[in-house]
Design a protein around this ligand. Structure first.
Ligand SMILES: NC(=O)c1ccc[n+]([C@@H]2O[C@H](COP(=O)([O-])OP(=O)(O)OC[C@H]3O[C@@H](n4cnc5c(N)ncnc54)[C@H](O)[C@@H]3O)[C@@H](O)[C@H]2O)c1
Length: 125
């Protein structure tokens, strides 16, 4: 199983993180809102969805779901942050911020190149 970082623990990210953990992956859920992290650490689920409280608590009890305020090195990163519409376009500022926080987590080496193990067949990250 893999180490997965899920960035953004809202309506999409929190269930994704919990289900990945319950599938046997080691998951770190990341959010920039301290109140989201505090709620999750105290067993309160900040997202109202049927059955989600039980699922997140089970994932946390399994020891495979942890929360943090910044990403760490992982096999996979899943970005689940807001992309509000501005006119006909999506505002990608949060995606860019999340991407930068992932790049700072250590998977990019000091020369700014992606770790070669992470490159695809076309040589791109
Ligand atoms: N909610 C839905 O039903 C739905 C459906 C389809 C697609 N989407 C898409 O999924 C994406 C996520 O939507 P959502 O509804 O889960 O949003 P949300 O607002 O419920 O949750 C987003 C979370 O991301 C956190 N966040 C923002 N910037 C961050 C950063 N830089 N680093 C870490 N955490 C950060 C916020 O604090 C928040 O907790 C959006 O692109 C949305 O359009 C959502």
């Amino acid at each position: 199983m893999a180490k997965v970082v899920v960035v953004g623990l809202g309506y999409i990210g929190l269930p994704t993180a919990a289900m990945l953990a319950l599938s046997g992956n080691d998951v770190v859920g990341v959010d920039i809102q301290p109140k989201v992290l505090e709620a999750l650490r105290s067993g309160n689920i900040p997202v109202r969805e049927k059955d989600l409280t039980a699922i997140v608590r089970e994932a946390t009890r399994s020891g495979r779901l942890q929360v943090a305020d910044c990403p760490e090195i992982a096999d996979y990163f899943v970005i689940c942050v807001p992309t509000p519409k501005i006119g006909q376009k999506a505002d990608l500022a949060a995606v860019e911020a999340a991407s930068r926080s992932i790049a700072s987590s250590g998977d990019i080496n000091e020369s700014g190149q992606a770790d070669p193990r992470e490159l695809g067949a076309d040589g791109r990250a």
